[in-house]
Ligand binder design. Structure first.
Ligand SMILES: NC(=O)c1cc2c(N)ncc(C(N)=O)c2s1
Length: 324
């Protein structure tokens, strides 16, 4: 129900429930690197709480998650970084029908049939890398999208991430840090031998390994990364997403090479089938496919909502049956 149609007691109940739930999500995400919900679910509920507290300020209390932006008490105590361009999460769809509905809306908004760039959705954690004059000067986590953590020293231990680009450009790029499946198996064997709790999945292991105070621990975890986005493609002279990936490779940035440009959405099924068949063979985890309008001039027309871009969508694979 819209916030301004709630009775005071309804608002009090919903506010208290959201404050409790988002605090639990925050502890799981920031303290345990074991998120309870997808980023966009957290974002949506957080936005609802902000709206409720704005309309009913009497229900704001000091330990509401809105009162300590960016997970101030992260266990790792890493310094904070504010993202100049917010790191949005992605909208999700779970079927080809929903994907077709997304395309219908997109074609309608654009008034034309765009090409799409299809990319694997890497199951890791998002990072932003700032290069100046071709040198890596800062690396940060997504955090809550606006405020992340400075993980520069830790990212410098990741072999796949160049500290020096092949061209002296000033650019911020974004991607995913992940733990290769092999590293994950070795890490959990070592942890169990040590009587420690194994990580539930490579994504949590990557998050826990990246957000360490001691970069030597991160180095030992043998992480890797793929870079897939920049908000400043003009710096690279790229006019579409597939060109951006090619320019990233020219610079020495690690890119996932199985991307594919398609002319319309009815070609996406073949790609999804290919990814599903390849999934177990890939040396890293994927949890879906990212579909992006390839041309940036069209992407510009579509813009973003507060939380997710309109020019891209994630098709999520059905959860893998527990291959115990
Ligand atoms: N949250 C996001 O915007 C994204 C998240 C991811 C992800 N986990 N893996 C790959 C891509 C990609 N190829 O664009 C994106 S984009």
């Amino acid at each position: 129900k819209p916030v301004d149609q709630l009775t005071t007691s309804e608002a009090q109940q919903e506010t208290a429930a959201l404050q409790k739930r988002l605090t639990e999500y925050g502890v799981a995400y920031y303290e345990k690197d074991a998120p309870l919900v997808e980023d966009h679910v957290y974002d949506e509920e957080y936005a609802r709480l902000v709206a409720l507290e704005a309309r009913f300020p009497q229900f704001v209390n000091p330990d509401s998650p809105t009162q300590n932006v960016g997970g101030a008490e992260t266990k790792s105590g890493l310094p904070k970084v504010t993202h100049p361009v917010p790191m949005l999460s992605l909208g999700d769809v779970f079927s080809l029908d929903e994907l077709q509905e997304w395309e219908d809306r997109t074609v309608k908004s654009l008034g034309q049939q765009p090409k799409y760039n299809l990319e694997l959705k890497i199951d890791g954690l998002a990072i932003a890398l700032r290069y100046e004059n071709g040198r890596l000067i800062q690396a940060s986590t997504r955090g809550n999208g606006v405020i992340g953590e400075d993980v520069t020293a830790n990212v410098k231990t990741i072999k796949a991430v160049p500290q020096e680009l092949k061209e002296k450009v000033n650019i911020e790029v974004r991607g995913e840090v992940y733990m290769p499946k092999e590293s994950f198996v070795q890490l959990n064997e070592a942890r169990e031998a040590d009587g420690q709790e194994p990580f539930a999945n490579p994504r949590n292991a990557a998050a826990g390994s990246l957000r360490q105070l001691d970069a030597k621990v991160t180095r030992a975890r043998k992480l890797s990364a793929f870079i897939y986005y920049t908000a400043e493609p003009e710096v690279l002279g790229a006019t579409n997403q597939s060109q951006v990936l090619e320019r990233f490779a020219d610079l020495g940035l690690p890119t996932e090479t199985h991307n594919r440009v398609i002319n319309k959405m009815d070609e996406v099924g073949d790609y999804i089938d290919w990814c599903t068949a390849q999934r177990d063979e890939l040396p890293f985890g994927i949890d879906g496919v990212v579909v992006k309008v390839n041309n940036f001039d069209l992407e510009y027309d579509l813009g973003n909502t507060v939380k997710v871009p309109r020019w891209a969508i994630a098709y999520k694979f059905p959860p893998e049956e527990a291959n115990t």
